[in-house]
Design a protein around this ligand. Structure first.
Ligand code: NAP
Length: 179
């Protein structure tokens, strides 16, 4: 299964502006359009509960359950989220990344869009499961915010596949392959 980590960050690698604000307050319209396009092309989205908590009430984020795609939210406590479950569309799981990927592969999924924050992204990187990183860089600096990955020892090498300037201010979409 091909796994693509999809994120938008500030130039200083923050996925959020300061503490916990929602990303649509500061990310560009062009990145939002990019996200919507990529989402349409994918039938499997995975995130952590940290991300779900921020978007669950945001209609703009398009998080309402859709029959075209399965969203899986990783959490140690799936039972706490029972009210949100829509089988086959919005599910909650406490599986480890590797076992989740094996199960979904068996179910026939070929590609996963990882739309998580840094915690789940770190577990997937550490398990060598991520094939590509699609990162939109917004020309902003926040100083404080959720990091792309956790503060742990990493030595992940990537190779640039493409770069695209999305708007006049200089929002850049970078696509990398993990080596
Ligand atoms: N800029 C962007 O592109 C972007 C993208 C996504 C998110 N965000 C932002 O990032 C923030 C959330 O960051 P985050 O790092 O908390 O989000 P996250 O990685 O999506 O979720 C982390 C949570 O997932 C659960 N979890 C279950 N299995 C896990 C595993 N194997 N490894 C790690 N965590 C696991 C844990 O919560 P439990 O206690 O429930 O188990 C953990 O606290 C939000 O503010 C969100 O808006 C930004």
């Amino acid at each position: 299964m091909k796994i693509i980590l999809l994120d938008v960050s500030s130039l200083d690698g923050k996925l959020t502006k300061w503490k916990g604000s929602n990303i649509y307050e500061w990310s560009s319209a062009e990145d939002f359009a990019h996200f919507q396009k990529v989402k349409k092309e994918n039938n499997l989205l995975v995130m952590g509960s940290g991300t779900f908590e921020k978007v669950k009430d945001l209609e703009k984020a398009g998080l309402k359950a859709e029959k075209e795609r399965l969203r899986i939210v990783l959490t140690k406590n799936p039972k706490e989220y029972q009210q949100y479950v829509v089988p086959g569309q919005l599910e909650f799981s406490d599986e480890q990344p590797k076992e989740l990927v094996i199960r979904l592969k068996k179910q026939g999924f070929r590609q996963m869009l990882l739309v998580s924050g840094g915690k789940v992204a770190t577990s997937f990187f550490k398990a060598s499961l991520i094939n590509e990183l699609w990162l939109t860089l917004e020309p902003r600096i926040f100083g404080i915010g959720e990091p792309l990955v956790q503060e742990e020892e990493f030595d992940t090498q990537l190779q640039l596949l493409s770069s695209e300037i999305l708007n006049k201010q200089g929002t850049i979409l970078l696509k990398y392959k993990v080596l």
